[in-house]
Design a protein around this ligand. Structure first.
Ligand SMILES: [Zn+2]
Length: 111
């Protein structure tokens, strides 16, 4: 009976180790070459059209970000997990001073 108990506890230990092993493999996978950094987002190479939050990635979480939105000062995407707004690029809205004020033929657009 004692031997049986020992066997059972050994089996439990093995299961624990397997769990830990799986966890470590998971972490290793996360650090491997499967990811690309294209400022300011991370991309899993399998999903190149799904930007991931760099803040969450540092916590080993592959967190996708939401659709881009333009708030006038820049184009942002908000992380769906930690809610951090991440600037993707400059604002594409007109009237931010990118037009030359020369009164030329392009003057009708901005104003
Ligand atoms: Zn995040």
């Amino acid at each position: 009976m004692e031997v049986y108990d020992q066997l059972m506890s050994l089996k439990r230990n093995t299961a624990d180790l397997e769990d830990q092993n799986r966890e470590l493999k998971e972490k290793l996978r996360f650090r491997s070459e499967d990811f690309d950094f294209k400022n300011p987002f991370w991309y899993e190479k399998r999903y190149p059209d799904r930007p991931l939050c760099p803040k969450c990635r540092s916590k080993q979480v592959a967190a996708p970000v939401g659709a881009p939105y333009d708030n006038g000062s820049g184009v942002f995407r908000r992380c769906l997990t930690c809610d951090t707004p991440l600037e993707e690029g400059p604002s594409r809205r007109s009237g931010t001073g990118s037009y030359q004020d020369d009164g030329g033929p392009s003057g009708w657009m901005g104003r």
